[in-house]
Design a protein around this ligand. Sequence first.
Ligand code: ADP
Ligand code: MG
Length: 602
Amino acid sequence: MSTFQELGLNDDLLHAITDLGFIKPSEVQEKAIPILLESETDLVALAQTGTGKTAAFGFPMLEKIDVNSRTTQGLILSPTRELCLQIANEMKQYGKYCKGLNVVAIYGGSSITDQAREVKRGAQIIVATPGRMKDMISRRMVDISKIQYSVLDEADEMLNMGFKEDITDILSHTPEEKNTWLFSATMPREVATIAKKFMNAPQEITVGNKNESTSNVSHEYYLVNARDRYQALKRLSDANPDIFSVVFCRTKRDTQKVAEQLIEDGYSAGALHGDLSQNQRDLVMKSFRNKQIQTLVATDVAARGIDVDDITHVINYQLPDEIETYTHRSGRTGRAGKTGVSMVIVSKSEVRKIKSIERIIKRQFEKKDIPDGSEICEVQLMSLANKIHNTEVNHEIDKHLSSINELFEDTDKDELIKKFFSVEFTRFYNYYQKSKNLNVSDDGGRGRDRDGGRDFGGKSNSTRYFINVGSKDSFDWMKLKDFLKEQLQLGRDDVFKVEVKDSFSFFNTENELKDKVLAFFTDFKHEGRFVNVEVSENRGGGRRNDRNRGRRRDDRKGGGRRDERRSDSRNRGDRRRSEGSSKPRHSDSGNSSTFKPRRSRR
Ligand code: ADP
Ligand code: MG
């Protein structure tokens, strides 16, 4: 293992490296730096995220450019604004003793004229996103005709994001004889094609196996029914009280939905996706970085720039379409020498993808069970106990001690401990008391209900109802479930087996709630229309019967009166909503402790 000095870096750089606290080069640095310093060559370097690629190309570039000239000599292309800023900042730090160095970041969503002005001052190195770079070239705001070194960072991602044409266009404005250094975590065919097209006999280095995942990350999967995904996510979070996680969804819509739901349930969560404004994204990232947000729900594209070292878990709420993307996701954890866990919530129909991923990352997944309610309660209780054990005493309390002591004069220690813990624990316990087993066994059937609570299959202690609203009324099962819980002021798991049809739906509650449900819907209007709820003889199977029934209900719809009453039903809904928020719910679990006191939300 060599030192940075042995790699041949100059004193200015070595000085900065000492300041940064880098002790020894990482593997990709050890391999790439000598090659790039010693020869004028093209390079393809494959290495995982978090392996120190920025310095691997950054140090040689800084060593090679002429800081006394104001000509732009180095161009670094990177897929996102976040990465672009990150790289520019790193480069500035690496080059802080290189007198006269000027590194400028160019990216969308920020003033193009300001950026142009900075470039004009004489930027030897430009770090840019392809879109903005192309824009500035066409407006003649940059001159890259004298570039000597170009870097394609996260090349696989840039191609994934559809930047191929922009990159081609940008490179056509650079001199033929420049050197191109391509850095990528994975090597899909498109990257190989790009390498062939733009590079001249590139040297190749690979750190670890291509596409392989780092060994600091363990991979787990959890087999559940698709409709239980969200519950599974919550349990995985609750079973890890100190979790600091990124949850990946496939679409922007799901990302937003899951984040909103988590927030509503009292978790400190935030959404990161492309439909948010730059400002919103910056805010979310800031909160995540300083750990005000414990769970970041993100799309693959938006999460690309995340360089947060302490992420404990990556949760694949859904698997990505392209399995190569999994490598990127799991690479968000296990950074900087720490260990991490990458979890996949998977439904039966996608479980075979796990095998394909295993082949790509060359690592085995462990199949694990979603913890049941009692396990989670135990974990949370012990976590609370540990927290209390480690809490520093606030001596402000001293002056009240005698009155408190008086109150507990007759309470022995065990009793006091139990009472103390119950303050926070009971609410949580109540939530999980009725929880069902979410695991699906490999052989087909749903796992047995470990908690002895109800299961989804219409047990005899639950009642099934017919309700005359359906997807025509903009309900899907989740919305209908929320609607019912809200209107009836029920707990999170009190309404289940919700099945939404076109103009009618079904749902179940425990038998004890039957009177309440029926009474509530005797005179209830939604969007101006009477909502009818009846006990259904159907227990989940006799579809035909139900369909006929639905049609009959449907006929009763009073078409034109809907709008006119809408406001009325809105008001009613709002009032109930605010009442609803005062009921004890698991939602109040929050931040690092699931037992956090209730916060007012919104
Ligand atoms: P990559 O681009 O491969 O994902 P980065 O270049 O962003 O990785 O580096 C990841 C983190 O590791 C950064 O915080 C960086 O400052 C740090 N780092 C890079 N090289 C070293 C090193 N030799 N020693 C210690 N830390 C390093
Ligand atoms: Mg990088």
